[in-house]
Ligand binder design. Structure first.
Ligand SMILES: Nc1ncnc2c1ncn2[C@@H]1O[C@H](COP(=O)(O)OP(=O)(O)OP(=O)(O)O)[C@@H](O)[C@H]1O
Ligand SMILES: [Mg+2]
Length: 468
């Protein structure tokens, strides 16, 4: 039995207690993970709580019989395969069940080896079906293993750590200034893990208001609040068996921090408005560009959650402290931008790129090259195509929105004699970019040269929404 099959999760719906127990014991002995329920209703409840691959279903049961259970199961998203277990008298019904989408049926009495063979096939079918869905979803979202340029000692060390920690289930915290490659590293961790067949789900904790964030993360039940017409699965559930990437984790509101901590510790959670626990198996990868000890110090972040998410830390050094990476990164990015024949960089350009301080790190380098590619003539990028701040070394450009500046230092700066209107200037710039893009946040962030997450945080800081 392959490892995958051995781990298949079964649910037995059988009202006869002895039979149920024997079946459960035997199947567990064969390496399956087995839940059991004495009737149809109980079985449905179990299905809510756990991701079941194959359900074994008796036909005659009190409360809700096997046929009704089968119907109800098939109304669910991503149902398990169902094998009907039936006495002689109900063979007709079993055939009816096949028409309703059951995988197969077995007539009592059957031998456990027979059942085992059937369960194996059904589990395989479900695994294929689930894989198919995932592949389809991933094809749209996922490129091959992301390439990480790592010429510098610091980045090669980071890559070594990534390779070492990826295959384990340890949670990983990625720290580093904005644009240093945290999201890229999170993807790499997933792709190099044993979970790479399952989903990589990312959630930007700064992107939503608290209540929205909660239902994004944990999902909700129909009727949990007005407007909740049907159940919605949360991201944590979609990441089952995969990786959940919590970007900007320090922005998670305190209440949700407590809920997340409980979910990580117990590997179960409640949907919003739900009364039953749901099991999940996710690997947590988190990222932040803030100093976590500081954030814990001012009471914005729970130290016990920090301890949980920080099973292992990978720190990404600012680009200005690993200048050996700049040139290879530039070539790498140019190849990505124009695969056919990337433009050449003149020696002056290379020099300017190497000496500039890159406060927005690799993302800023990328933006800079994107612009240069558009402006370049004759397949050559010269200093004319670089933004002035990059070529005028010695007079470092300080962007109005310093991408790496922690959100809470804006006031502090204003108090230290910076123009009192600094925040206002920043607000105006953000508004202008949003207007220009019809409030398309990702595009606006690009124009501003900051990451979408920084923009989300600013929108929240300034309390900006479309009505402005
Ligand atoms: N070492 C690297 N090799 C190749 N590409 C890189 C590297 N580091 C960063 N990049 C690229 O730079 C861009 C910014 O990286 P990414 O989005 O991962 O940064 P981040 O740390 O998550 O930023 P933020 O904190 O602002 O969200 C991406 O296009 C990414 O692919
Ligand atoms: Mg990021």
């Amino acid at each position: 039995m392959s490892e995958q099959q051995a781990k298949a999760r079964l649910l037995i719906a059988e009202d006869e207690a002895n039979l149920r127990l024997v079946l459960q014991k035997e199947l567990q002995r064969l390496g399956y993970r087995v839940h059991a329920a004495p009737d149809g209703e109980a079985a449905l409840r179990k299905l809510e709580e756990s991701n079941v691959d194959v359900m074994l279903c008796d036909i005659n049961m009190p409360r809700m019989d096997g046929m009704e259970l089968l119907r109800r199961v098939h109304e669910r998203p991503n149902p398990p395969e169902v094998i009907m277990l039936t006495g002689h008298a109900t063979v007709e019904t079993a055939i009816e069940a096949m028409k309703l989408g059951a995988y197969d049926y077995l007539t009592k009495p059957y031998r456990i080896t027979e059942l085992d063979a059937l369960v194996k096939q059904a589990a395989e079918k479900r695994a294929l079906r689930v894989d198919n869905q995932r592949l389809r979803a991933q094809l749209e979202r996922q490129s091959p293993m992301p390439e990480i340029v790592s010429v510098s000692e610091q980045m090669s060390e980071a890559v070594r750590l990534i390779e070492r920690v990826a295959p384990s289930d340890t949670s990983v915290l990625i720290t580093g200034e904005s644009g240093t490659g945290k999201e890229l590293v999170a993807h790499a961790l997933h792709r190099l893990s044993n979970r790479s067949d399952a989903s990589f789900i990312d959630l930007n904790c700064a992107a939503f208001q608290e209540t929205l964030l909660e239902s994004e993360l944990f999902g909700y039940e129909a009727g949990a609040f007005s407007g909740a017409k049907a159940r919605k699965l949360g991201l944590i559930e979609l990441a089952d068996r995969g990786t959940l990437f919590l970007d900007e984790i320090t922005e998670l509101p305190t209440q949700l921090q407590a809920k997340l901590l409980r979910a990580i510790e117990t590997r179960t959670f409640f949907r919003v408005g739900g009364v039953r626990k749901v099991e999940v198996n996710v690997r947590i990868v988190a990222a932040t560009n803030r100093n976590l000890d500081e954030v814990v110090g001012i009471g914005q972040f729970r130290s016990d959650l920090l301890y949980r998410v920080n099973g292992f830390e990978i720190h990404l050094t600012p680009l200005r402290e690993r200048r050996e990476d700049i040139e290879p990164l530039a070539h790498h990015i140019l190849k990505q931008l124009c695969s056919a024949n990337p433009p050449e960089l003149t020696p002056e350009v290379l020099n300017a790129l190497r000496t500039y301080s890159w406060p927005g790190n690799v993302r800023q380098l990328r933006n800079c090259l994107e612009r240069a590619v558009l402006l370049a003539n004759d397949g050559r990028i010269t200093t004319k195509e670089l933004p002035p701040e990059v070529t005028q070394s010695g007079a470092p450009f300080i962007p109005v929105i310093a991408a790496a500046r922690p959100a809470d230092s804006a006031d502090a700066q204003a108090g230290e004699g910076a123009p009192a209107s600094l925040r206002e200037v920043e607000r105006q710039q953000i508004l202008a970019a949003l207007e220009q893009t019809g409030w398309h946040r990702a595009k606006a962030a690009e124009i501003l040269g900051i990451s979408p997450s920084t923009l989300y945080r600013r929108l929240r800081d300034y309390n900006l929404d479309r009505r402005g």
